[in-house]
Design a protein around this ligand. Structure first.
Ligand SMILES: *Cc1c(COP(=O)(O)O)cnc(C)c1O
Length: 398
């Protein structure tokens, strides 16, 4: 890759990321191209963002057209695309009002505010929010405080008070942690950053029951699972319960930054004038991009395709030597590797072989490919993983 880019990044960009040594310059569908003209199959999708594929013509057109007409007015005025997007999000999920923002982190901040204000209205003075160990909810102080794996970092202490975590998918521990001071249970229905671990239906049902018993809100962080990723528009649709609040971002804008916190008929009414805001949120360009994404994704054919591709990949990957288990749903896939295989090394080798993936933990790969993948591209990815893994498992009979 271009050495100036590498050295200038090291010189001028705060070093909060360890980047792979590739500079991408173009994307098209499920493909990425680097500055040397190499082609890659993108099985990360910008971390579950490029779900409709890179530079989808409908998103490009929506953004281009809107950019020519009106880009920003602030939220002190009405804009049509924002209102239309709120209607689409509400009608496709919980039926209540929507708050817009620019990221998943901010969507969770809004949910935390709704939870605390609701708790206060119930007379709770020290509200608590319960999450699972391994959950990821974001990097600002509220979301960070709700992210047990990061909240303990002493460099950034103190965290916000009132955040509690219980062992992952432990229904009894969750039920025991939810009490009269609980404002909300805030969980990912399928943990993404942790390596793709679905919460069991029994635990989701226990969470709903605990919230109903105490009056706490059930908040699903669908920032990664939402917008069709698991084969339904929202992951909760495939489970046994409906949450009271959903947060979304990542794939919503098809590559343009936008997030949303969606309420139901009760939780959507909690925040009122002056309670929250955002300068950029749901500007006309981002809203038009999101509307174009929903036109594509909120469609039975697309969602059926996501499920079919997911099955195809799971079946293929399950038969690969070196793969211990395949987790997840739809096109949100965790690949558990056999002991002795380092996912970081494997991921680097895959990148060199032309497959962009991700190693969220030492024993697993995470795959989040665009929905526009062809069967051939799906099979090719399985082949690349099998070939690369075979380096770790030389067949001794040959
Ligand atoms: C990515 C992610 C977030 C944070 O979203 P940002 O847009 O990076 O702020 C929050 N929750 C989940 C489940 C995520 O995957």
């Amino acid at each position: 890759m271009n050495e100036n880019v590498r050295t200038d990044e090291a010189r001028y960009v705060m070093q909060t990321y360890k980047r792979a040594p590739v500079q991408f310059v173009r994307g098209e569908g499920a493909l990425l191209f680097d500055d040397e003209g190499n082609e890659y199959l993108d099985f990360l999708g910008g971390i579950s963002v490029a779900s409709v594929g890179h530079c989808h013509p409908a998103v490009v057109e929506a953004v281009t057209e809107q950019s020519r007409v009106l880009q920003h007015t602030s939220n002190l005025f009405y804009t049509g695309p924002m209102v239309e997007l709120a209607r689409r999000l509400s009608e496709s999920s919980l039926g209540g009002k929507v708050f817009f923002c620019n990221s998943g982190t901010e969507a969770n901040e809004c949910a935390i505010k709704i939870a605390r204000k609701s708790a206060r209205a119930r007379g709770i003075e020290a509200p608590e929010i319960v999450s699972f160990e391994g959950d990821f909810h974001g990097r600002s102080y509220g979301a960070l405080s709700a992210t047990p794996g990061l909240a303990g970092n002493p460099d950034f202490a103190p965290m916000l008070p009132g955040f509690v975590s219980v062992p992952f998918d432990d229904a009894d521990a969750l039920a025991a942690a939810v009490g009269e001071n609980t404002a909300a249970v805030l969980i990912e229905p399928i943990q993404g950053e942790a390596g793709v671990f679905p919460v069991s239906d029994a635990t989701l049902a226990a969470a709903r029951e605990a919230c109903d018993r105490t009056g706490a809100l059930l908040v699903f962080d669908e920032v990664q699972t939402g917008i069709g990723r698991t084969g339904s528009l929202w992951a909760y649709e495939q489970g046994p319960v409906k949450p009271d609040v959903i947060t979304t971002a990542k794939a919503l804008g098809g590559g343009v930054a936008i997030g949303a916190c969606i309420g139901n008929e009760v939780t959507g009414e909690v925040l009122t004038t002056g309670d929250h805001g955002s300068t950029f949120a749901a500007g006309p360009v981002a809203s038009k991009a999101a509307l174009a994404v929903l036109d594509i994704v909120d469609d039975p054919d697309t969602l059926r395709r996501v499920r079919a591709l997911g099955s195809r990949l799971r079946e293929g990957l399950g038969a690969v030597d070196g793969v211990r288990e395949v987790r997840g749903r739809g096109l949100m896939i965790g690949v558990g590797l056999e002991p002795g295989i380092d996912s970081g090394e494997l991921n680097a080798a895959l990148l060199a072989a032309g497959l962009v993936a991700n190693a969220p933990r030492p024993d697993s790969l995470r795959l989040l490919p665009p929905f526009v993948l062809s069967d051939e591209q799906a099979d090719r990815a399985v082949e690349l993983i099998a070939e690369t893994l075979s380096g770790y498992h030389p067949d001794e009979s040959k």
